[in-house]
Design a protein around this ligand. Sequence first.
Ligand code: ATP
Ligand code: MG
Ligand code: ZN
Length: 508
Amino acid sequence: MLAVIKTYSLEGITGYPVDIEVDVQGGVPGFDIVGLAGASVREARNRVRSAVRNSSYDFMPRKVTVNLAPADTAKNGSAFDLPIAVGFLAGTEQIPQDNIAEYIMIGELSLDGGIRRVNGILPLLISALQDGHKKFIVPYDNAKEASYIIGAEVYALSSLSDVCSFLGGIMAKEPVPNTQYESTAAISKYGVDMADVKGQSCAKRALEIAVAGGHNMLLCGPPGAGKTMLAKCVPTIMPDMTFEEAIETTKIHSVAGKTDGEQGMVTLRPFRTPHHTASLFSLIGGGAQSKPGEVSLAHNGVLFLDEMPEYNKKTLETLRQPLEDGTITVSRVQRTIEYPASFMLIASMNPCPCGFDGSRLRECTCTPLEKRKYRARISGPLLDRIDIYVDVDGVEYGELKNNVAVETSAQIKSRVERAREIQRKRFAGKGFYTNAKMTNAQIKKYCALSSDCEKLLESAFARLKLSARGLTRIVKTARTIADLRESEAIQIADIAEAIQYRARSLHQ
Ligand SMILES: Nc1ncnc2c1ncn2[C@@H]1O[C@H](COP(=O)(O)OP(=O)(O)OP(=O)(O)O)[C@@H](O)[C@H]1O
Ligand SMILES: [Mg+2]
Ligand SMILES: [Zn+2]
């Protein structure tokens, strides 16, 4: 007898339908899985056999053929276990077939007949819902993640025998209730706050501007100056993720198997810190499983490259695509997968090998040659995509110990939100939301400069030996500074401040 069970599989962060056709015949007993099934799918046979037996059903010796249709796409993972087992039980007439076609079933089986959580439930269900499917049977441990999907009727079950009882109408089960998305993810959940950082008012101001306008930034300063601490505060002053952003970010984390069962949804902006020894795969994604990499896990959040000169130049240069397009293409056998990868880049570095060049705290002991060699290690193309450079010098004892009230992340964040709102209106319908993403034509349109501003720019161009690119960065940053003042006109002080953030020439 033939039984067909509907399920979904993942391609990147999009799900596509797979029909599991289980044909049971007499003849020489066997259990074959066909339809471009990868090794992990072929192993389903063993799990299904044990799970069926341990759920008090009969794994009868029959000629069983399982076809995963469409047969021309490679399939991987263990999420086909449950539909294969249900198909087998229906095909051998151990359970009725009546209503199995109503459900999309997803789940891995353990040998004792339990159902294990799978990666990617959120994107799988969203795609299936978009295709018009409404009812789902998923692992109990994926319930929280699935509960955010409005309009889906999700049954979260923990064993194969429960699924059979439920399908057979022996056991009643309520669908998982929807969870309301909390957009007000408390800043305290980040575990850091701008108020913890003493002194450093210039660096904090630069961070505020960078976040407000979506600018990438580089923090440069001696060891222990607080660069890492400052970078960690960045997500605390970013606007809360909208529901759509949270869904998109969660899809990626879900595919990577990084959502936690209790929370279900990624509600805080990601802060990813790939180590400089990280492999190319772990940074940009790919490998045998084509998992998303750090750049995608940082989507809608921050990618922090601590000690940038330590990273391999070639590795860093692969960041060009995500920095330009907000996506990354990961290659796979015979085809490619695109993952979202739109993040704010923050890099940190010491100014020289000893770390104290330009510091008021200690003399630098490096020779000019050592300094040049050190700076040559930084990737030029990457540097080209950073709008704001800021020098962070260590704070002095007095500053660390004084108790002057400093602004909290919440206070800074409210200014950032207002500046973002101005940009959202300005760029409505253009497909981007921040000043950093303006093209040259848009810069002309939205950044009208007075002749005084032009003159100041001209003198900076000569004095700082700027490139044309450097110049457009200054104007973009000045636009953001004016937005933070909630002013339409860019003033000379805005330009002057923006110039400061280009003043350090790392190419010297
Ligand atoms: N401005 C500050 N206010 C409060 N604490 C600070 C400040 N600067 C540094 N610290 C303290 O010093 C520690 C070291 O700072 P951090 O790791 O951020 O420095 P860093 O600039 O990243 O140094 P490195 O170059 O060695 O990585 C912090 O964990 C923090 O406890
Ligand atoms: Mg550090
Ligand atoms: Zn030095």
